[in-house]
Design a protein around this ligand. Structure first.
Ligand SMILES: [Zn+2]
Ligand SMILES: [Zn+2]
Length: 278
């Protein structure tokens, strides 16, 4: 069984994550969010050896354009189901014809072959935003776990419990608080970003990551949805690496899901191989 997770893009100009799972019986591909132009998405999928029509589904975290831009077009053109909760589906289909879809209420699971998806509630200014847990099952048991959460203003107990034990965590590190406060955004926008239902700062993301490492042990983190104005990949990674090393001796792997091109990739076992780097 080979599980592979690849970031196709991450940030306010577009988000999409490709998950592939192959073994002797299955060759599955699943997209989480489709916030790029259809042209870019199809190009990136084909570069990964995935034909759009072979996708098992497009799982949506919420309806914002940078997460759902081409979900409808991809679904209609290639007969791929959109998997999301009812409120999000209603927004996607508002004024448009319905396409193949599979409602996934929070707390329920969607499974195909060895892949299982479940969602959990996050606080963000959308109709029913969710974080996603993805499992690659081993027999009848839930196997390796990937947690994906971008676009959340705060981390509450629900998020902590839902992501417990994850081997790969893709977490928003939207802004450096100092940089945001000193930056050019209007005061109203700054306070919306900083609110509990806005976007996660480097500081809050790293607090969560330290706790996760202490509780779970070695794992991989990707910093995601970095602001072009209020953050920098180097600033976020340097801060995360230095702070995690201060707070825990547990080894970890750290990467950044870049804004405008395919970047980070992960498969189980990779963490252990790369531990020596950190
Ligand atoms: Zn977003
Ligand atoms: Zn959003």
């Amino acid at each position: 069984m080979t599980l592979r997770v690849k970031s196709l893009a991450s940030g306010s100009s577009g988000n999409s994550l490709l998950v592939t799972c192959t073994d002797s019986d299955y060759n599955l591909a699943l997209l989480i969010d489709a916030g790029l132009s259809l042209r870019s998405l199809v190009k990136y999928l084909r570069a990964e050896g995935v034909e759009p029509g072979d996708l098992s589904g497009i799982v949506l975290t919420h309806e914002h354009h940078d997460h759902s831009q081409s979900a409808h077009a991809l679904s209609r053109r290639f007969d791929v189901p959109i998997i999301a909760n009812h409120k999000t589906l209603n927004r996607i289909y508002s004024g448009k014809e319905e396409t193949l879809h599979a409602p996934l209420p929070i707390g329920e699971r969607w499974t195909e072959g060895p892949l299982t998806v479940e969602t959990f509630h996050v606080r963000h200014n959308a109709v029913e935003p969710v974080g996603i847990n993805l499992y690659c099952n081993i027999g009848r048991h839930l196997g390796h776990k990937v947690s994906y959460m971008t676009d959340l203003g705060s981390i509450d107990q629900t998020v902590q419990q839902a992501t417990a034990g994850a081997d790969l965590i893709v977490i928003e590190a939207n802004h450096d608080v100092y940089r945001l406060n000193a930056g050019p955004y209007p005061a109203g926008l700054k306070s919306r970003i900083l609110s509990d239902s806005g976007h996660l700062s480097n500081e809050t993301a790293v607090d969560f990551m330290a706790e996760h490492l202490i509780n779970k042990g070695p794992c991989t983190f990707w910093l995601a949805h970095l602001s072009k104005v209020n953050n920098l990949p180097k600033l976020a990674t340097n801060y995360a690496r230095a702070t995690l090393k201060l707070r825990t001796s547990c080894p970890f792997t750290l990467d950044v899901a870049l804004r405008d091109k395919p970047s980070a990739a992960w498969s189980p076992g990779k963490t252990a191989l790369q531990l020596g780097l950190f």
